[in-house]
Design a protein around this ligand. Structure first.
Ligand SMILES: [Mn+2]
Length: 293
């Protein structure tokens, strides 16, 4: 089991994802966590597994690949950050959680039992996480970006949905999805119906279409998260901005000291972020080829 030093300073997640003016988000960013790595240790970041889509077979193969990857990195992992959209749909009822994903859940349970710190961020597909992961697995769940210091580098990490300029349609939808009354109403629909409806919606959503590899980079000026990072950087400095959501692996320098990384996705390309204490690398997992189309 790797030894590690982890000093969470404040446990409460900050609130920078909220508020109508994203330009004031920096006021709420504080260093919320400090991690110090030993020589051999690494911190991993991964997002957008979208477990459950497009069908059970493809999702199962992907899940097996994820479990293999976790098995390969766990010896070196000082911490692993799951940066949202891990599930294509997740909704916690008071006494029920969605069926499936047992291999993945078993793997992360075993890793937590070995003492490896794991952290979840919610994405736009699984924002309805409540206390299940925290209470059952002792995995903190963050709904907004989190700042952290790993060795001497400063990170801002989050799923990234609804940040930056533009995407008003989605921001409105997010308000609806985050609305407590809407959530309360949804939970009274029988799970067999509610979850089926959610999967049908997810399959037709723009984000899901993005997963068919139709997403493309349309220049820095159209990259909302890049614009968001630039804006934060005017007010406070981070060495690395690490987001998911775009389904595009990106490595875009903001200035000579800061870089915006996007973690891509695991339906097609299987990218992840690895920080060795000095440098952040975006890597592709080339384990056992699977056909998931
Ligand atoms: Mn996604």
């Amino acid at each position: 089991m790797p030894s590690f030093f982890l000093f969470p300073i404040f446990t409460a997640p900050n609130k920078i994802g909220k508020g109508s003016d994203y330009r004031s988000h920096h006021k709420r960013i504080r260093c919320t966590m400090k991690i110090r790595l030993n020589r051999e240790q690494k911190v991993y970041f991964v997002s957008d597994f979208h477990l459950g889509t497009p069908d059970d077979d493809a999702s199962r193969k992907r899940e097996e690949k994820i479990v293999r990857w976790l098995g390969e990195i766990e010896e070196q992992a000082a911490a692993i950050f799951f940066v949202g959209d891990i599930f294509d749909f997740w909704f916690e009822y008071d006494k029920v959680i969605p069926k499936g994903f047992l291999r993945f859940l078993s793997k992360i349970t075993a890793m937590r039992d070995k003492g490896i710190p794991l952290f979840f961020f919610t994405g736009n597909h699984d924002l309805w996480m409540k206390d299940y992961f925290t209470e059952e697995l002792d995995i903190p769940v963050y709904h907004n970006p989190l700042s952290m210091e790993i060795n001497s580098k400063r990170f801002l990490v989050g799923h990234g949905d609804g940040l930056g300029p533009g995407d008003r349609k989605y921001k409105l939808l997010k308000k609806l999805f985050s609305n407590r009354t809407c959530q309360w109403l949804f939970k009274w629909i029988h799970p067999d119906i509610g979850i089926s409806l959610a999967h049908a919606w997810s399959k037709n959503s723009r984000i899901s279409n993005d997963l068919k590899n139709e997403n493309e980079f349309k220049g820095k000026e159209n990259e909302w998260l890049y614009q968001y990072c630039l804006d934060i950087e005017k007010k406070m400095h981070f060495d690395y901005y690490v987001f998911g959501h775009r389904h595009l692996p990106l490595n875009l320098p903001l200035n000579d000291k800061s870089t915006y990384f996007n973690l891509g996705e695991w339906v097609n390309q299987c990218y992840y972020g690895e920080f060795d204490g000095i440098t952040f690398h975006l890597r592709q997992y080339n384990g056992y080829a699977i056909n998931n189309n």
